[in-house]
Design a protein around this ligand. Sequence first.
Ligand code: AMP
Ligand code: ZN
Length: 473
Amino acid sequence: MNMNLYNTMSRSVEAFEPQHPPKVSLYACGLTVYDFTHLGHLRKYTMDDVLIRALRYAGYEVEFVQNVTDVGHLASDADEGEDKLEKGAKKYGESVYDIAHKFEDYFFMSMDKMGNLRPDVSCRATEHIDEQLEMVKTLEEKGYTYVIKGDGVYFDTSKLDDYGKLARLDIEKLKEGARVEMIAGKRNPTDFALWKFEREGENRAMVWPSPWHERSFPGWHVECSAMSMKYLGNSIDIHTGGIDHIPVHHTNEIAQAEAATGEVPFVHYWVHHNFLRIEGEKMSKSLGNFYTIDDVIKRGYQPKALRLLFLGSHYRSELNFTWNTLAGTQKALDKLIGHLDAVWDAELVERTALSSEAKLFMTRFENAIADDLNTATAVAVLWEMVKFGLSAAEMKTVLQEMDKILGFDFSALVEEYRNKPRDIPDGVSALMTQREVARNNKDWQESDRLRDEIAQKGYSVEDTADGQVVKKV
Ligand code: AMP
Ligand code: ZN
């Protein structure tokens, strides 16, 4: 399978050729761990997961590095405002480090539920302060920086001829339109903070001594360049992130990395994911449409139904999430599991021994994936295949091959389905799942309410050391 990927740098789909095949270095911008992982994050990281699985399927040895942003991501992209971690700590009344660990754990729990593979290296910004400091010192020695007193160390973007090439920024226009409230002392509107200083009167929890200030901390962008270079070298094959990162975060990563090492390009393929909207709106706490994996489970849906929903659209298109669509996708998943159950006891067939029809389904599936990860077409081929009437053995073989890229873990889905008590209707099972979530959250009131609702359906539920046991009354 020869992968083709859309590269934001060239704005075109390119044949993927890593620098040192079969090795592929891949860096994914990780979460800022100041609040719960939401459905938008789940979409981005699920599509990253499919990319990594596809590359491995194609025979590449992918080294997957993903950071955890636990310091330095300020509320505003203009290098101002509160650190998001400090904001989270205030909101939840816990220390910044407790907040960071709590939401990092929640992130990985969510990833596990979605079936997303863990990175080979997960690196926290706070544990790489030295690497980030070294990078800023190098940039200072090379003359790319200046200090704004009482504020921070800044990167002088006018020193680069090609600053803004990823986003194709119109620097002259930006200069003309520069906002009056640009940080005092900034030489160019696009200059950005490499290192920030604690201000008078501030009492930040995350500060470190640096050559410029006793109490200071890294800017957000420097962590991704410093850590990707530490683990993957100066020039990496693939870097992923959301489209929101193109004009500032990734633009600045390129500037500081290429200036520090002199090696161009810092990244060979830039892969950017489009956004998830909820019922047509931007997701936000204030709109009350901020949902997590637990909300999905609470409403009685399987995380893999969400996975199927994500795979149904292209990662570069915006996706509008609605609960109605998820309900429909859950039904589709149930149907698929029915097909899996029917063939799962069959013996596998050697790929070379597959019939020409089965081989054609595989080829069409692989071609779709190779075409810039066209998962929607790939899933459509899967549906066509299960309805076509291949033998059980061939169908199981093809499904298992497809699953290597789609990442559903079909075997686990079949097992779960087979272990589900047969005489319990789906409505009652869904309530039990909700009750399990309530109990995990120590929400006893909700747990009792759900017990009553289950009783109304004619079932009793008992809590045992092995979990809930439900019986028909
Ligand atoms: P953050 O924690 O804000 O740095 O975000 C982590 C990653 O999730 C980034 O790559 C973002 O672009 C991405 N992201 C955030 N919100 C959404 C959303 N609603 N849909 C898709 N991706 C998102
Ligand atoms: Zn990043």
